[in-house]
Ligand binder design. Structure first.
Ligand code: SAM
Ligand code: SF4
Length: 486
């Protein structure tokens, strides 16, 4: 069933002729407003927090340093072996940002309801214990740790031991997210990241598993030298290590933005769009056969994991951290490059460049370099796109009730544009809903693009002839497809 997507290379080519956004946010970052900075952020916090003092909110902390470069990496980080740089970023700048936030909360009597903490990077494991502890003390000034349900730290397995993990546990960390990417030694050599499965196995002792109810692995799909056979072996090693959650991600290859990415292809090219799909399909099948449930399209979890519960309750969301439980809808973020989302009202992002990040903080300002205030149309589209990316289904009645619209009229143009997707067997349009078929789920970013009002590129290549052999009526038992009956 899953492998059917590999049957028609033309279909894949047709829908992959243009780069498509992942839609971890909508509107996508390139459309945010570069005039929104320090003042807009303060105003937004004053506007949003009092109205949402009961809404679960995630606190994100970015650490922009790593000891060694992985050639595939698109994360915002500086490679250094000089710990004094890391310490100075923390003591002199991140703490300044945290003080500014605390002061803003205090002066305006703002009490965000923090229920989740996420430390990402770069490598948060870079902080030595003393610095980690002082960071926790700082957070304790405005976060009530008793209310924190999930506290994640991204773990670089090459830089920690079990004592370090136990140390994290003392501060309430209960979810570890391991950067695994691939277990195959040939692939690891190409990407400059050697970490055999034994290294991870040594960390995941029964004591550690007892302390951390959720262990997540990040795996990348589409690295040089990966192929279906090799990924099957990586998944076999993964299953042996039994993580609770697995986030798979297609590799974004942007050598124009990060020149060093060229080093990853010094011996072998990147897999093409068809090979990537074959790798992903192989990984997916192996995970499902091993008993993992799917959360969204790229995320997997054990059936009893909180993520699967959230999916069933309609509380899960696809965002920049992968498919996440509902806690992650609102997030306030600190650290260079970090971005936050205040419900569906605002987005804000800090400067990527540490120099600019630091200059703002030296002036006593929030280091925001762009933001966005969503209007009513943006909010409706954001909701549609999030549902396409997480649940692959849009129920018109639900949308009508939630947003006070008539979905069919409101999105008349977009539903028409989906005609080609319907003919290709990717989408089924009914009188009261539309949904993505199993084949269509592979093209959910392309379907989501249809609802992106900023998107002005062709959604597919009309010159590629695809087999119009699909019969939605027979396959899904739909009595009458309203699109065809129009
Ligand atoms: C922000 S990074 C930090 C992870 C951590 N430093 C580690 O040990 O790798 C989080 C995840 O982003 C993903 N990532 C990094 N570069 C990527 C790329 N070029 N395309 C897709 N995902 C990428 C990786 O899977 C990585 O685990
Ligand atoms: S350790 Fe993580 S953040 Fe650092 S270079 Fe590697 S993938 Fe990027």
């Amino acid at each position: 069933m899953n492998k059917e997507v590999l049957n028609d290379i033309n279909l894949l080519k047709k829908y992959h002729h243009n780069l498509v956004y992942d839609y971890t946010e909508y509107p996508t970052k390139a459309n945010w407003d570069y005039n929104m900075g320090n003042i807009s952020y303060r105003e937004a916090l004053k506007d949003w927090v009092p109205k949402n003092s009961d809404s679960n909110t995630l606190f994100y902390i970015h650490t922009p340093f790593c000891e060694e470069l992985c050639y595939f990496c698109l994360c915002s980080k500086e490679i250094t072996r000089d710990y004094s740089k890391v310490k100075s970023y923390l003591d002199k700048y991140l703490f300044k940002e945290l003080d500014l936030l605390e002061k803003t909360f205090e002066e305006n009597n703002l009490n965000p309801n923090f229920t989740e903490i996420y430390m990402g990077g770069g490598s948060p494991t870079y902080y030595k214990e003393e610095e980690f502890e002082s960071l926790m003390n700082k957070l304790g000034k405005f976060i009530d740790f008793d209310k924190i349900k999930t506290f994640t730290v991204e773990i670089d397995p090459r830089r920690v031991d079990t004592d370090r993990l136990k140390f994290y546990h003392k501060f309430g960390v209960n979810r570890l997210s391991f950067g695994i990417q691939d277990f195959d030694i040939d692939v690891q050599k190409e990407i400059n990241r050697i970490q055999p499965p034994e290294m991870v196995s040594k960390l995941l002792t029964s004591e550690i598993r007892g302390l951390f109810p959720v262990i997540n692995f990040d795996l990348l799909m589409g690295l040089p030298r990966q192929n279906p056979k090799k990924i099957a072996q990586t998944i076999k090693e993964t299953i042996k290590l039994s993580p609770d959650e697995i986030q798979t991600m297609y590799v974004h290859y942007k050598p124009d933005v990060r020149k060093y990415m060229n080093r990853m292809v010094r011996n072998n090219p990147m897999p093409d769009f068809y090979e990537r799909k074959a790798i992903f399909v192989e990984a997916t099948e192996a995970l499902m056969n091993a008993g993992y449930d799917r959360a969204g399209f790229e995320s997997f979890a054990k059936p009893e994991d909180p993520l699967i519960k959230a999916m069933k309750e309609g509380n899960a969301y696809y965002n920049s951290l992968g498919t996440q439980t509902g806690e992650a809808t609102n997030f306030i973020a600190v650290g260079s490059s970090a971005h936050g989302a205040l419900g569906d009202d605002y987005y804000f992002q800090n400067f990527y460049e540490q120099k600019l990040y630091k200059e703002s903080l030296d002036k006593g300002e929030f280091p925001i370099y762009r933001g966005y205030k969503l209007n009513i149309d943006d909010k409706i589209r954001r909701d549609v796109i999030k549902n396409i990316r997480t649940y692959f289904l849009i129920n018109y009645d639900e949308m009508n009730k939630k947003h006070g619209i008539n979905f069919i009229k409101y999105f008349k143009k977009e539903l028409k544009e989906l005609k080609e997707f319907v003919l290709d067997g990717l989408v089924i349009i009914n009188n009261n809903n539309f949904f993505l078929t199993n084949l269509g789920k592979h093209m959910s970013p392309q379907v989501a693009s249809t609802f992106d009002s900023f998107h002005n590129r062709a959604l597919y290549n009309p010159d590629i002839i695809t087999h119009k052999k699909y019969n939605p009526v027979a396959e899904h038992g739909v009595e009458k497809d309203p699109y065809f009956s129009e």
